[in-house]
Design a protein around this ligand. Structure first.
Ligand SMILES: CC(C)(COP(=O)(O)OP(=O)(O)OC[C@H]1O[C@@H](n2cnc3c(N)ncnc32)[C@H](O)[C@@H]1OP(=O)(O)O)[C@@H](O)C(=O)NCCC(=O)NCCS
Length: 172
């Protein structure tokens, strides 16, 4: 019998395991990723961050940061999503994405943005943002700025620079 998968909200005590997973999946280049730059010094976990455990081992994580875009709240930045290489293709990424988007919607988020590939994120409702509308600190390929509307017409309301809303959680 395969061990049960447990998906739950990420807690401060998960940070070391999440960091290890990210180091394994993304290597040293992870600190240059847009989500890391946006979060820098602003707290590590939000109420939407998730972890997945199999037999007590962390096998996947999803981070989401509450942000303002051009000073307007109600948005979130998703990323990174990371699944341990030995546990890919089992639907873990999909489960985390769906659960995080549902939680963000329930929490009153209107728009979720990320920097990523349409071939993967398109299946969850992400589409390209018009070039120049939403900006990130640091270099980002504009074609990879994607958004998922959790409220109809939300994209049109957001223009400008992405900045993290400091969370009360532990930094890292
Ligand atoms: C991307 C990732 C999170 C997917 O996790 P997963 O648990 O393997 O995903 P699922 O099992 O839910 O879905 C697998 C599907 O996604 C597809 N997929 C995975 N990565 C993809 C990519 N970069 N582009 C397009 N499709 C991709 C697979 O081909 C598969 O397609 P299928 O359902 O049609 O067979 C995982 O591969 C990963 O951690 N990758 C490295 C980190 C990364 O690139 N993260 C995303 C950027 S933040």
């Amino acid at each position: 019998m395969s061990p049960p998968l447990v998906i739950r909200k990420a807690l401060p005590q998960d940070i070391a395991d999440i960091s290890r997973l990210h180091a394994h999946v993304f290597g040293p280049g992870r600190f240059a990723r847009s989500a890391y730059r946006v979060r820098e010094g602003k707290g590590h976990l939000s109420r939407y961050c998730l972890v997945a455990h199999l037999a007590g081992q962390l096998v996947a994580s999803l981070r989401m940061t509450e942000i303002m875009i051009g000073g307007r709240a109600g948005a979130a930045l998703l990323g990174p999503v990371a699944v341990d290489p030995e546990h890919r293709g089992l639907g873990l990424g999909t489960k985390l994405m769906k659960e995080a988007l549902a939680a963000a919607r329930a929490g009153g988020t209107s728009l979720v943005v990320l920097v990523g590939d349409v071939p993967y994120y398109g299946r969850f409702g992400f589409t390209a943002v018009p070039p120049g509308q939403i900006a990130f600190p640091g270099p980002v390929n504009p074609a990879r700025i994607l958004a998922c509307e959790l409220e109809d017409g939300a994209t049109a309301k957001y223009h400008g620079m992405v900045t993290a809303i400091p969370s009360n959680a532990v930094s890292g």
